[in-house]
Design a protein around this ligand. Structure first.
Ligand code: GLU
Length: 298
């Protein structure tokens, strides 16, 4: 088995990210498996200094990863080959829709499609509309032609989940491969068998499992974990206050205090030193983890 931690270097980690990182580490280490670090850096909001800051903050709370650090931006050929493969199979179509057009198109209320699902507008274009779009000079995105397949997932933490697959984007108009495509290609290529990540990504998981099925490969086991919320009930964010390691250290906490705070929030025993984390991993029981989000009281 191999686990992974796949952050986007678009900011410093806050306690919510670090708590999910700790869980990814605990799942991997408790099973005596490796943890791969992969930067999902295909997003426009990536900033150069965040790569090192994220690696540093992960180490500061006693966590470790194995082997080289991957960057998706260095693996574009792999994603493009996979996209060409799907194109050759006749499973793709071009889409010129703007975000606004998609937002305004309604998905049938009885549909199993996830929120924000694409309702297939460009799949039904006439030849005339296609040539007008081609002449517009706008670069089309490439979408997967799916049939709304219902996908069942047995999530390690959340149990059974079912969701439908929409015609999601494989490659954006600026030729950047999409998150779903790149994540699946990487999880397969890196031999990832266990994915631990925030439960905000659960709605995208059927799309990913569908891609694994199309490529004839086995999806990993998923464990979606509850996010950390601020007192207002929203997902914790930097604007909520002192939520990064640097912020907490400035308030007088040590890195070990921060780790212990995260451990307690998971119902796990505190440690007297970073070395003791191995003992926590040894005794780690995912089934005993809290199932509701942790509300962080600043
Ligand atoms: N890169 C995503 C994030 O930072 C995580 C994606 C994943 O774990 O599949 O939210």
């Amino acid at each position: 088995m191999t686990g992974r931690w796949a952050p986007s270097p678009t900011g410093e980690f806050h306690l919510g990210n670090l708590r999910t990182a700790l869980l990814a580490w605990l799942f991997a280490r408790s099973a005596n498996t490796e943890l791969v670090w992969r930067f999902e850096d295909l997003d426009g909001a990536v900033r150069n200094d965040f790569y090192d800051l994220q690696l540093r903050d992960f180490r500061r709370i006693g966590l470790t990863w194995d082997g080289q650090v991957f960057r998706q931006s260095e693996r574009l050929n792999l994603y493009r080959e996979a996209i060409e493969d799907l194109k050759r199979q006749g499973l793709t179509y071009r889409c010129w829709c703007t975000r606004r057009e998609i937002r305004e198109a309604t998905v049938a209320p009885h549909s199993h499609l996830p929120e924000g699902a694409y309702p297939g507008i460009c799949r039904r274009l006439t030849a005339k509309a296609i040539s007008e779009n081609e002449r517009s000079g706008r670069n089309p995105a490439l979408r997967l032609m799916s049939e709304g397949q219902l996908i069942q997932i047995e999530d390690h933490q959340l149990g059974d989940f079912e969701g439908a697959v929409d015609d999601f984007v494989l490659c954006r108009g600026d030729l950047t491969p999409s998150y779903n495509l790149a994540a699946v290609i990487d999880d397969h290529d890196m031999g990832i068998t266990q994915v631990v990540r925030g439960d905000d990504l659960l709605p995208s998981t059927p799309r990913q499992v569908h891609l694994f099925n199309l490529f004839g490969t086995q999806p990993p086991r998923y464990a979606h974990v509850p996010l950390v919320l601020s007192e207002s009930g929203n997902r914790l964010a930097k604007r909520d206050g002192a939520v990064t390691i640097d912020d907490r250290v400035a308030l007088g906490e040590s890195e070990l205090d921060i780790l212990n705070h995260l451990l307690s929030s998971l119902g796990l025993p505190k440690v007297g030193s970073f070395d003791e984390l191995n003992r926590v991993a040894h005794d780690f029981q995912p089934s005993a983890l809290p199932t509701s989000p942790w509300v962080f009281d600043l």
